[in-house]
Write a protein that binds this ligand. Structure first.
Ligand code: IPD
Ligand code: CA
Ligand code: CA
Length: 257
């Protein structure tokens, strides 16, 4: 039941994204420069919240634009109505809906849907990760030097020691292919699918990573913060890899070489 509501929510929101993609929609700025939200983010979020509330009126919901709908419940839905809004607003079809379900602090379900590529990634704790119902497995590459990576840039922290620009430059100078897609949820799913060997980002929010975390973990990958602590959606830094390059990339990010 939880899973079918989750799937209904991501696919309905994905349909809203797809319908609105070629049309005109209002775009507003949040804090900072180019930190956008569109009316489609709000429409997607409204549909998701309605679907969850229809079946589970007493569940807690944490959603990027609406904030917290606080309920005294063991269950929390963690929602990003559009991950990759800047892409969406510019007509770049690398964007998705991302929803996770947490039970008593453990993420038990995650789904990420990119309606433009028609790719639905789903994971259930202990039951594997799937792309359009086919099982997913992370890549086998064992060395950072042969890895293909992806990252994202937060609006803050750019000038920190070992900040996003420093690490980006070091990896590029090392000759490592390092992409920036603009959707953390898709970055994570593509690690799970073995398209990337690793993904890191200095500052993410729970809704960016919660579903993708479970998808990576269930595909056999490893996901920690930059200090190597087990993933929590509520702390900022995130490193997700195929497991094999994890420590080498983590040491590199922390300035070891
Ligand atoms: C953003 C995307 C981007 C990441 C940013 C996120 P949004 O989410 O995931 O890839 O670099 O940190 O904020 O704003 O498009 O939902
Ligand atoms: Ca996001
Ligand atoms: Ca968003």
């Amino acid at each position: 039941m939880l899973k079918s509501v989750l799937l209904q929510a991501v696919t309905s929101a994905g349909a809203i994204m797809k319908e609105s993609f070629q049309g005109s929609f209002k775009i507003s700025n949040k804090e900072g420069i180019n930190n956008l939200v569109t009316e489609v983010d709000h429409a997607s979020e409204k549909a998701i919240i309605e679907i969850i509330k229809n079946s589970y009126p007493d569940h807690f919901i944490l959603s990027e634009e609406a904030g917290e709908i606080v309920m005294d419940s063991d269950y929390k839905w963690i929602v990003d109505p559009i991950d990759g809004t800047v892409n969406f607003a510019n007509g770049i079809p690398i964007c998705c809906v991302s929803i996770a379900v947490e039970r008593k602090g453990t993420i038990i379900l995650g789904a990420v849907f990119n309606p433009f590529f028609d790719e639905l990634f789903v994971a259930e704790k202990g039951k594997g990760a799937f792309l359009n119902n086919k099982p997913l497995q992370v890549s086998e590459k064992a060395e950072l030097d042969s890895a293909c990576l992806v990252t994202g840039f937060p609006y803050q922290l750019l000038d920190e020691p070992n900040g996003p620009l420093v690490i980006f430059e070091k990896l590029i100078r090392k000759g490592i292919p390092l992409r920036r897609l603009g959707s953390a949820a898709i970055d994570l799913c593509w690690v799970a699918a073995g398209r990337f060997d690793g993904f890191y980002e200095h500052k993410l929010e729970a809704w960016d990573s919660a579903a993708g975390f479970l998808i990576v973990e269930e595909a056999g990958g490893k996901i920690t913060d930059f200090s190597g602590n087990y993933y929590s959606p509520y702390q900022p830094s995130l490193l997700a890899t195929n497991g094999k390059i994890h420590e080498e990339l983590r040491a590199f990010i922390n300035g070891a070489n």
